[in-house]
Ligand binder design. Structure first.
Ligand SMILES: Nc1ncnc2c1ncn2[C@@H]1O[C@H](COP(=O)(O)OP(=O)(O)OP(=O)(O)O)[C@@H](O)[C@H]1O
Ligand SMILES: [Mg+2]
Length: 203
């Protein structure tokens, strides 16, 4: 029998990468998520649409473990979210990337260093490899020439594209995007969305 990597030994083929069952989340007496069921297949791109305050960001924050929920279950790659286990949460965050509406680039690091930081620190990738990967990703988001620029020398849309490249550099299994195109100009929104829909197949 072929060896199965331990982390995947219990995962049925074709199992959803994210499985959410009867998830409930309240802030005090304000119940925001009232029993969410959602399955996302590997490679699938889905959009969550709803009015302001309906809980979209809250749901995304639950998926990457930034928020605790009161009821229901949530698994990523068949692993349940265990808020009590620091190690499990660290592993989860390596597999689940998130990009926000505000870019949150590190202001004291160049664009290239922003993209290289997590792979070198967390994945222990060597500097040469991390730099090559960062240059490739920056080229993909149309910013090849900005490798040495500082974030405050970039437009908002350019900063967001750096944030996208930075998230992709961790090669996440799940990428959560919270209204990431709201600061981009219209041509770029189309470009980013088209690019997005091709991304999972290449990963
Ligand atoms: N940290 C928090 N503490 C208390 N209440 C919160 C907190 N974060 C969000 N809420 C409340 O939860 C509800 C859902 O907020 P959330 O940010 O998830 O909405 P959203 O669908 O992302 O809205 P938008 O489209 O405006 O971004 C809102 O009523 C909000 O006031
Ligand atoms: Mg929101």
């Amino acid at each position: 029998m072929a060896a199965v990597p331990e982390t995947h030994a219990h995962v049925e083929p074709g199992a959803p990468i994210v499985r959410i069952t009867a998830l409930k989340k309240s802030y005090g007496s304000n119940q925001v998520l009232k029993g969410i069921d959602l399955e996302v297949a590997r490679g699938e791109v889905i959009a969550i649409i709803g009015k302001s305050g309906s809980g979209k960001s809250t749901l995304l924050r639950c998926i990457n473990g930034l928020e605790e929920f009161q009821e229901g279950s949530l698994t990523v790659d068949a692993k349940p979210l265990l808020h009590d286990s620091a190690m499990a949460m660290r592993e989860l965050r390596q597999r689940v990337g998130m990009i926000f509406q505000s870019f949150n680039l590190f202001p004291h690091l160049s664009v290239g260093r922003n993209v290289m930081l997590a792979p070198t620190l967390v994945k222990k990738r060597n500097k040469t490899e991390a730099e090559a990967q960062a240059r490739k990703l920056l080229a993909r988001v149309g910013l090849a020439e900005k490798f040495d620029a500082m974030p405050d020398q970039l437009s908002g849309g350019q900063q967001q594209r750096v944030a996208i490249a930075r998230a992709l550099a961790m090669e996440p299994a799940v990428l959560l995007c919270d209204e990431i195109t709201s600061a981009l100009d219209p041509e770029l929104v189309g470009e980013v969305c088209a690019w997005w829909s091709r991304w999972p197949m290449r990963a």
